[in-house]
Design a protein around this ligand. Structure first.
Ligand code: FES
Length: 107
């Protein structure tokens, strides 16, 4: 089953946006990188905090990495691998997100 999250154009290029997850789970977020969208569970592998200290602020200053605002871990956009910070070598949990006719779709 799939779920429409938003239009790709609703997420500025290089930014992220949070969404509710499943009923019993953490929230999720989607990062837009050009025409692509990448989805992850909004829970840092370090201390399981949501990554966005300020709502929908998921990116490092230069927009090159996903940033956990709690203790500063940075993750690659394309696979969620942590390259810097207290959970280096761990990864965000991916969620299946795709872009279909400009719609960002989960599942
Ligand atoms: S909870 Fe994300 S870096 Fe500590």
């Amino acid at each position: 089953m799939s779920r429409l999250l938003c239009r790709l154009e609703d997420i500025p290029d290089g930014e992220g946006r949070g969404f509710e997850g499943d009923a019993d789970g953490d929230g999720i977020f989607v990062v837009r990188h050009g025409d692509r969208a990448y989805g992850y569970v909004n829970s840092c592998p370090h201390a399981a905090s949501p990554l966005d200290w300020v709502e929908n602020q998921f990116m490092s200053l230069d927009k090159s990495h996903i940033l956990c605002a709690t203790h500063g871990a940075e993750f690659r956009i394309e696979d969620g691998f942590c390259v810097l910070g207290p959970c280096s070598g761990q990864s965000l949990v991916p969620v299946p997100v795709s872009v279909r006719d400009g719609d960002v779709v989960l599942g």
